[in-house]
Design a protein around this ligand. Structure first.
Ligand code: 13P
Length: 255
């Protein structure tokens, strides 16, 4: 069985002080059996969070990484730098980065390979725009993004990859996909992985849903057979809401 994974994507939110206060507010509440937990924070808060999260079940994640180890890349952060801090996960190819920062299928792939090489687990984001959805291109888009992101990844490395299906039109809009629709698209993504790596390997890869996930709707997503957790933006920003998401994910899987 795949262990569900709830990851908060804080995006460009929280100063160091705010990040540490969030962890203090979690107190003992964050232990939930059978759910892996991650918080992907801004670069500036990572070192303080690595310290603050000690003794909690929450793993630390970043929101981007460069594919080179070092060099003349002003403003970028390398996988080695993240590893040194204690980062375990890194979001790669979020639609906001594809849209605003020229991230392409090619750079996403380079970053995935670099992350895996350095022992960071990539959370690879794929998902269609509203225009693509309305044109009936959802399956083709997520297949293309998934295949491109995983080019050159070997079967052993696949075990460390998490995919996040985030339909762009559902991000931050309050309009979540229906759980059934999300499950259908996630099954297509799993099918694309099966074509490349075989059915057995594809069955072990965790694929999250992301886009307006909240404590009130997490149950419906977790009840779907192919959805293995959530990548959550807005609703991961308060300790109370984050804990409710984790509890929701744990409850559904335990029943
Ligand atoms: O982009 C997202 C997570 O990466 C989703 O954001 P929201 O949960 O705020 O819709």
């Amino acid at each position: 069985m795949r262990t569900p994974i709830i990851a908060g994507n804080w995006k460009m939110h929280k100063t160091i002080a705010e990040a540490v206060r969030f962890v203090q507010e979690l107190k003992a509440g964050s232990a939930a059996a059978g759910v892996e937990q991650v918080i992907c924070a801004p670069f500036t808060a990572l070192a303080a969070l690595a310290e603050a999260l000690k003794g909690t079940p929450i793993a630390l994640g970043a929101q981007n990484v460069h594919f080179e180890e070092q060099g003349a890349f002003t403003g970028e952060i390398s996988p080695l730098m993240l590893k040194e801090i204690g980062v375990r996960y890194v979001i790669i190819g979020h639609s906001e980065r594809r849209q605003y920062f020229n991230e392409t299928d090619e750079t996403v792939n380079k970053k995935v390979l670099a992350a895996l090489k350095h022992g960071l687990k990539p959370i690879v984001c794929v998902g269609e725009s509203l225009e693509q959805r309305e044109a009936g291109e959802t399956a083709a888009v997520v297949r293309r993004q998934t295949e491109a992101a995983l080019a050159g990844v070997d079967a052993a490395q696949l075990a460390d990859v998490v995919i996040a299906y985030e339909p762009i039109w559902a991000i931050g809009t309050g309009k979540s996909s229906t759980a059934e629709d999300a499950n259908e698209t996630i099954a297509i993504i799993r099918g694309a992985i099966a074509e490349r790596f075989g059915q057995a390997a594809a069955q072990t890869v965790r694929i999250q849903y992301g886009g307006s996930v909240k404590p009130e709707n997490i149950d419906s997503f977790m009840a779907q057979p192919d959805i293995d957790g959530a990548l959550v933006g807005g609703a991961s920003l308060t300790a109370e809401s984050y804990l409710q998401l984790v509890a929701g994910a744990a409850g559904q899987r335990q029943s």
